[in-house]
Structures are given as C-alpha cells and as structure tokens.
Design a protein around this ligand. Structure first.
Ligand SMILES: Nc1nc2c(ncn2[C@@H]2O[C@H](COP(=O)(O)OP(=O)(O)OP(=O)(O)O)[C@@H](O)[C@H]2O)c(=O)[nH]1
Ligand SMILES: [Mg+2]
Length: 644
C-alpha cells in the first residue's frame, strides 16, 4: 500500500515519515540546507510505502505528481499552526484525485497540545463533505515519539484501494537516475497491471522501447511487480538514456501507448472559485505524474460556474498518455491555485463536431465506469458501432477482458468495429436494400462498385466493417460479384429496347466472321451508330458475359473464345512435343497472323497457354474458364482458381 503525505509547509511531514520508517526522505543537499522538502521522497516499512511530498506553495505541482498514484493520504496538520493554505489546497487535490481513505496526524503535540481542541474543530470543518470526513485524527509528536505506534496501526488498518491487475501495465514515472553498475533506473507507481523482469515495454509518449533488466517492488528485489506497488525498474533500450525520460512519462505495454493531445473529461470547478470559467480558458492540467498547459472548453454549456460539474474538452499543448478513468487536476494559468479537476471520459475524441448533440450522447455513454455498460450504451446510439481498438485501448482491457466485455454488453466484432448483432444484421439488410434500389433504377447496369455501395448506405459504415459484411454475404450466397461490381444474385442485366436492336445487328456481324470479328470502329460504321455508344454497349455485353475483348476494341463471342481454346488444345495435341505455333493456329483459323497472335497473347494472359520462345503449351485444365465451346460435350472441367 502506498501512503502519500499531504499538508502545509513545515508542518512535520518529513519528520513524521522518518519517525514511522527511520528513513529521512529529504535526500537533496538543498533540502537539508533550507530545511524544506523540494522533491518527492520515498520511504518504506515492511507493509507500507510512503511518498513524501513538499508542502511549500511553490511545489504544489510536485505534490500533484506524488499524490496521483497513492492509495491513501497521511494528512499532516501542525497543532501550533492549524489549518493553513496548503492544508486546504492539498485536501482539495486529494478530493479531486478521488483519494477516499486516510489518517490525519496532528503534529507537534509536544509543543502545542493545548491547541488540540481548536485544531480538531478546524480540521473537521475542512474535511466535512469530503471523502476523508471520517478519517481518524491522531495527535502525534515526531520528536517525542508520542502517538507514532497508534498512527502506524491506523495506517495499516486503511488497506489498499482496489486496483485492476487484469489490465496492461502502466507505471507513472516520477524519477529517473543512473546507478553505477546497473545503468538507468526509473521509479514510479504501477497504477495497473503487472511488470515482470524481461518484459518489453515502452516509454510513453515518446514511444521509446525498453526492456526490464531488473526490478524492485516496494524497495525489495523481485521478479514481478503488481498494480499498487512502488516500483524501481532497471531498464535498457537502444534509444534509451536518462536524458529522454521525463517525470510524468509512462512505462507501459505498447498496446496502450497512444499519446493524445485532446481529452473529453468530466470537470468540476471548485466551489471556492470566485468566477466562472469561460470557454477556451487556459489552465495547467495535471494527470498521472505529468503536467501540461491546456485550453478548457465546456461541451454542454458556455461557461463553468463555481461548484458546477460539466463535460469539457481539454486541448493540450503537447500530447500525453491518458486513458479513460484517469483522474486529473487543473490549476490556474499562473499555477498559483487549484481550480478544479475530475476524470477522463474519452482520451481519443474526434477533432470535429465535439459539441453536436450526437457527440454529447456518446460522451455521456462513455462516462459509465464499467466498460460493458459504456459499450452497451454507446452501441444503442447512432451510428451503432464504435472503433474496437480505441474502445479497448481507452479502457486498458487485456484480450481476456475484452472477450468478457463483449459477452456482457453484448457486442460482436466486425473487422475493426464493435456493434450489436442486430446492427450487423441491419447492415446486411442495408446492402441488399441499396443494391435492390440500384438494380431497380438501373436495370442495364451490372451493379455497384464497393465504394459506391458504401456511400449509398445510411451512416456510411467504415470500409473494413462493410468489407467483412459483404464477404460474409458472398459466403452465404446473398451477394455476388462480377469483376468490380456487386450485385444481388437475382439481378440480370437487361438491355434497353434500343440497345437490344443494336446488339442483334452487331451480333450478326461478329458471328459472320467469328475468328476475325470487326473492330469497334468498323462495327459502329456498319451499324451507323456513334463509336462511343457502340463501345459502351460492347463493354456492357462483356460484363454480361456475352462477348470478350480479346484485343483492344476487338470483341469475340464468348463461345468463340471457348471454341478457339479448344482448337488450340486440339492442334497442340497433334504437334511434335505437344506444342503450338502461331502459324499452325492461324492456318486453322484463317484469321491472319496479327489477329491469331493477339488471340494467343490473350490466352497467355489468361493462363490457358504458356509461351516458351516461339512455341506454346496449352494448359488443358484451364480450358473451361471460357465456358464450353459450341457443340462440346456438357461436362467441361470447372474453372480453377489455383494458378500460382
Ligand atoms: N517540536 C516538534 N517539531 C517538529 C515535529 N515534527 C517536525 N518538527 C519540526 O518542524 C520542522 C519542519 O519539519 P518537516 O518534517 O521538515 O516539515 P515538512 O512538513 O516535511 O515540511 P515541507 O516538506 O517543506 O513541507 C523541522 O524543524 C522539524 O524538526 C514535532 O512533532 N515536534
Ligand atoms: Mg518535508
């Protein structure tokens, strides 16, 4: 369990930690000289870890870094002084950070025992209404040793706060130093998950990779550390050095490394504030052990009144690591007072549309503390799906936990999205409906290309999710594809009456000289139709499977292509080493050298023939790909798809 001290400067925090642990947490020379705490100090007993913070008003940011990871507070109030400004501010901070257990030590009992009654009253009134309202108050003297045992017992009785161990590890770094022999050491509170020796983790937000070479948990060598412990990691990494580590960095699992520079949060402005906070007010944000300057914009109101609790967008001047549920504290621009705080609702909010009614509903849904509750609420809202990675990452869920949340919500995974099964079904219906509408309006069109279909659907599902839906519809036979066109199985292209007449005449011309059909321009001329109209018609007929463009602007009947393939095979079989030459092929088809070669090159591309110098082998197993030749026996080998 980790206890953090709190209280006004000089009230005896460090002396008390020393009385409890025997350790002087003030280790800097400057701290000794000035007699005040400047940086965070650490001390341990067998059961407790202490983070000793400075009380001076200039070091509240350091107190915040220390307090962010603690389980319980040791609030120190000197009897000779009573409640002072940083007593108040530290209590506000503990309250904003959600620290709900602690003990109050009334120090310097040896010199001011007579003030006890007054100070107890002051402290009680300060804590009234906070989570620490019923914390025990114990008079102590660090100098005389009076009350220390009782205090120790009261602290032991607090017990650690619940922390999820079934999450990815996140450690808030509060110190980095180099040890001769060992190398770089990072210390901090492990706020979630487990870290083991040899784990490969990441420094965030910088994204620098590291390996854990050794670790201490609660000041003792260990193989692993769990959430709620103070941890020292001996780390190595090619790009890692003391210079790249900052207080407030996270050491975490790469899956939860996702720096963000905007946060949607629940924010409460302290009732003690004298003025409302207007949109775009600036402030200092403290989260975990880090701090950064931000702009604050309420989402559902125009200004935040003192004492009010609102949803707000924080826009950060620098990206940090943050996840849903992380507590935060705001201080004013000049960093002289604490003005409010709260918790992260969505660490990955969209840049645009942050105040739309739809978005506000989503933020409200995400505010549920339980991931399954949040997901359930979210998936009831339009568009009915949410990005799987950002949801699971923002909730710091391990794969096992993800499965549990999906089962509880309930929800299904569709590619990168989460949705309820009904929504997946509605998307399938949407595909059918959009295609049916398109087919009805455009009977002569083969169908819709994927992206057109996607844009035609309500709420435009994400590409990969819709792709997964169409794939499953192919498998179930509810959807078919011709080249790039998606269509319903029932859909057959039909030609307009005009096109039908044109095609009847064109067909006669193509069939008349079937091994050397007229080119598009000649056809157009013979039909007295514009060339572009003729070409569009021929392309459409190719999509309908009636003709094949063997060479540019030269269309053969499909059955003629099948016939020519059969002829090629038959000829090859009669030739030496079963190969075919262009000359033999041309002589048989009587269509001239140029066209004969174009046909053979088309067969090469289709994989029906394989060219070896001037010779070609025929791959008999692929002959069926153009369908049966006219007059052939019904059974042809099916088209094969296994060409390498
Ligand atoms: N008489 C008496 N003096 C004490 C007691 N506790 C602390 N002091 C003295 O008060 C002074 C401040 O004590 P610290 O422990 O450094 O106070 P602190 O709260 O840690 O101060 P900061 O960390 O700078 O905020 C020192 O001179 C201590 O010796 C006590 O119980 N009785
Ligand atoms: Mg101190």
């Amino acid at each position: 369990m980790i206890i953090g001290t709190a209280g006004h400067v000089d009230h005896g925090k460090t002396a008390l930690v020393k009385a409890l642990t025997g350790i002087d947490a003030d280790r800097l020379a400057e701290e000794k000289r000035r007699g005040i705490t400047i940086d965070l100090g650490y001390a341990y007993t067998d059961t407790l870890g202490f983070v000793d913070v400075p009380g001076h008003e200039r070091f509240v940011h350091t107190m915040l870094a220390g307090a962010s990871g603690i389980d319980a507070a040791l609030l120190v109030v000197a009897l000779n002084d009573g409640v002072m400004p940083q007593t108040r501010e530290h209590v506000q901070i503990l309250e904003l950070l959600g620290i709900d257990r602690g003990v109050v030590a009334l120090t310097k009992a040896d010199i001011a025992a007579d003030r006890a009654q007054d100070v107890v009253a002051e402290v009680r009134s300060l804590l009234a209404g906070t989570a620490l309202a019923s914390a025990p108050l114990l008079p102590v003297s660090a100098i005389a040793g009076e009350g220390i045992e009782d205090l120790q017992a009261a602290l032991d009785a607090l017990g650690p706060r619940a922390r999820a161990a079934d999450q990815y590890p996140r450690l808030a770094v509060d110190r980095a130093f180099t040890l001769t022999g060992a190398g770089l050491v990072l210390t901090g509170t492990l706020v979630s998950g487990r870290i083991k020796v040899e784990d490969r983790l990441m420094l965030s937000p910088s994204g620098i990779e590291l390996r854990v070479r050794g670790l201490h948990a609660q000041n003792r060598p260990a193989d692993a550390a769990t959430a709620g412990q103070r941890v020292a990691l001996n780390v190595v990494g090619p790009r890692l050095s003391k210079a790249v580590v900052n207080r407030g960095d996270w050491v975490l699992h790469p899956d939860v490394h996702a720096p963000t520079d905007r946060l949607d949060v629940r924010l409460r402005l302290l009732a003690e504030e004298t003025r409302a906070l207007r949109a775009d007010a600036r402030a200092h944000l403290h989260l975990g052990a880090t701090h950064v300057t931000v702009r604050v914009a309420p989402l559902d109101t125009d200004r935040i009144e003192p004492g009010a609790s609102v949803m707000a967008r924080l826009t950060l001047d620098r990206a940090i690591g943050a996840l849903a549920g992380d507590r935060l504290v705001l201080r004013d621009t000049s960093a002289t007072r604490t003005i409010g705080g709260g918790g992260v609702i969505d660490p990955f909010p969209p840049r645009r549309g942050r105040r739309t009614p739809e978005r506000l509903l989503r933020v409200a849904a995400l505010e549920h503390a339980e991931p399954a509750d949040a997901l359930r609420a979210l998936l009831q809202l339009p568009p009915g799906w949410t990005d799987r990675d950002s949801f699971f990452r923002s909730r710091n869920l391990l794969p096992a936990g993800q499965a549990g949340v999906l089962a509880t919500a309930p929800a299904v995974v569709v590619a990168t999205q989460l949705m309820i099964a009904d929504t997946r079904e509605a998307l399938r219906k949407g595909v059918t409906k959009s295609l049916a509408a398109h087919h009805a309006a455009a009977r002569d069109q083969p169908g819709l290309q994927f992206e057109r279909l996607r844009l035609a659907m309500v709420d435009r599902p994400p590409v990969d999710a819709l792709r997964a839906i169409t794939e499953s519809m192919f498998r179930s036979g509810d959807l078919e594809q011709d080249g790039p066109w998606l269509r319903l199985p029932s859909h057959r292209v039909t030609l307009s009456a005009h096109d039908e007449r044109l095609w009847t005449r064109a067909r006669q011309l193509i069939v008349a000289d079937r091994f050397r059909p007229p080119r598009t321009r000649d056809l157009a001329e013979a039909l007295s139709a514009p060339e572009t109209v003729t070409r569009t018609l021929l392309k459409r007929l190719q999509r309908m499977g009636r003709i094949i463009e063997v060479a540019p602007d030269q269309f053969f009947m499909s059955e003629t292509v099948a016939e020519m393939a059969a002829i090629a095979a038959e000829l090859a079989a009669t030739q030496p080493i079963s190969t075919l030459t262009a000359a033999v092929f041309r002589d048989r088809l009587e269509n001239g050298r140029k066209v004969a070669i174009q046909v053979l090159e088309f067969f090469d591309r289709a994989g029906v023939t394989v060219r070896v110098g001037e010779l070609r082998q025929v791959r008999v197993e692929r002959l069926g790909m153009f369908g049966p030749p006219p007059g052939a026996a019904a059974a042809m080998p099916p088209p094969e798809d296994d060409a390498g």
